[in-house]
Design a protein. Structure first.
Length: 323
C-alpha cells in the first residue's frame, strides 16, 4: 500500500493544460519542478491513493475560492472518470478503494486564504469532498502565519479565526494539516485540536534546520494528537542542497520514527510541487527506492507498510483517536 499525502499535478493542469490521464515521460533524474506524476504512472507504481493539492496565489481574495472549486471540478469531471480511480468523497471511501483495488484520489486544499476569511465556506469543503485543509500556505492569512513566504514570522500564532476554523474543520470531518504553518501556530493547533493532526509534507529541523521544516516540539505535539507527519521528497528543504539522492528522505523518516515511533510517519512527496526531487529519482515510479531503502536500513515489513500507507490510511479513513 502506497498513499502519498501530497501530489500537485492539478495545478499543472490549470497552468499548462497538463493531462493527468496521460502517461508522461519520466524526464531526467532529479527532474526539477514538475512532470513527476500522473494517473497511469501512479498505477504503474502501485499507488493505492494520493491527496491532490489545490492551490491559489498567496493572498486572500474571492478569486481563490472560485479557483479552488475549478480545480476540484477537474478532479471530479476528468480524473474521476478513469476506470481505475475512485474519487474519495468521505472517509469510508479510502477503505472502499482499497477493497476494490482502485487508486483513491481526493483534494487537499493548501491554504485557508482560499476561504477569504469566511468560516461558512467549510461547508462547501465538506460538500466537495475535501480530505484536508492546510491552514496556511506561502502567505499569512486570517487564520495563521506561514513558516516561510509572504508575512512569515516566528512570533504570531493561531488567530481567533484560526481557532474557529480548526474547530469547524474537525466538526465537518475534514482533517487539519499544519504543513507550512509557523512553529507558534502549529503548537497552538496542537493545543486546541480535538482530533489527530496531519503535517502532510515536511522535513524536520533535527536533520536540517530549514524554515520549511518542523521542530522536535512540533513533532511531539502532532504525535500526541495521534497524527501523522508526511516526509516530502525535496532535497533543498531536507538538506539545503539540490543534488542529493533518496537517502535524504530516509534520514528524515528515521528521525521521526526514532523520536515518536513508526505510527506517526508517512510520505508526502510534493511531486509536481515546483521543487526538484532526489537526483536518483525520475518520477513517482521511483518510490520503490524508498521502499528498498527502508528495508536496507532494517525496517520490518510491517513498519514499511505503516510508513508508506497504513498510517495515512488510518488517518484518512477516520480510524484514529487521540492517545
Amino acid at each position: 500500500m502506497i498513499i502519498d499525502l501530497h501530489v500537485d499535478f492539478i495545478i499543472q493542469q490549470r497552468l499548462f493544460g497538463y493531462d493527468a490521464l496521460k502517461k508522461h515521460g519520466a524526464g531526467i533524474k532529479g527532474q526539477p519542478l514538475v512532470w513527476h506524476a500522473d494517473v497511469p504512472r501512479m498505477l504503474e507504481a502501485n499507488y493505492s491513493g494520493a491527496c491532490l493539492g489545490i492551490h491559489f496565489y498567496p493572498w486572500e481574495s474571492e478569486k481563490g475560492f472560485v479557483e479552488m472549486q475549478r480545480q476540484i471540478d477537474y478532479l471530479d469531471d476528468v480524473i474521476a472518470n478513469h476506470p481505475d480511480v475512485l474519487r474519495v468523497q468521505k472517509p469510508q471511501d479510502w477503505l472502499r478503494a482499497r477493497d476494490e483495488k482502485k487508486l483513491a484520489l481526493a483534494p487537499g486544499v493548501e491554504g485557508a486564504h482560499m476561504l477569504n476569511g469566511r468560516l461558512d465556506r467549510v461547508e462547501t469543503l465538506k460538500k466537495r469532498g475535501v480530505t484536508y485543509m492546510t491552514i496556511t500556505h506561502f502567505s499569512k492569512n486570517a487564520a495563521a502565519t506561514p513558516s516561510m513566504g509572504r508575512g512569515a514570522n516566528e512570533s504570531e500564532g493561531l488567530t481567533g479565526f484560526g481557532r474557529d476554523l480548526v474547530a469547524g474543520l474537525q466538526e465537518a470531518n475534514i482533517l487539519v494539516d499544519v504543513a507550512h504553518v509557523n512553529t507558534p501556530g502549529t503548537l497552538d493547533i496542537c493545543k486546541v485540536t480535538q482530533k489527530p493532526l496531519f503535517c502532510t509534507h515536511t522535513g524536520v529541523k533535527g536533520v536540517f534546520p530549514h524554515a520549511r521544516n518542523i521542530t522536535d516540539e512540533e513533532i511531539d505535539g502532532i504525535a500526541e494528537s495521534d497524527g501523522v507527519i508526511g516526509i516530502m521528497f525535496a532535497p533543498k528543504f531536507l538538506t539545503g542542497k539540490l543534488r542529493v539522492d533518496h537517502h535524504c528522505v530516509l534520514d528524515h523518516i528515521d528521525y521521526v520514527v526514532n523520536r515518536v515511533g513508526v505510527r506517526h510517519v508517512g510520505i508526502g512527496s510534493d511531486f509536481d510541487g515546483w521543487v526538484p526531487i532526489p537526483n536518483d529519482m525520475r518520477d513517482c515510479r521511483d518510490i520503490s527506492l524508498i521502499t528498498s531503502g527502508l528495508a536496507d536500513r532494517g525496517h520490518s515489513q510491517a513498519d514499511i507498510e505503516r510508513i508508506l500507507g497504513l498510517n495515512a490510511l488510518e488517518m484518512l479513513a477516520g480510524q484514529r483517536g487521540q492517545g
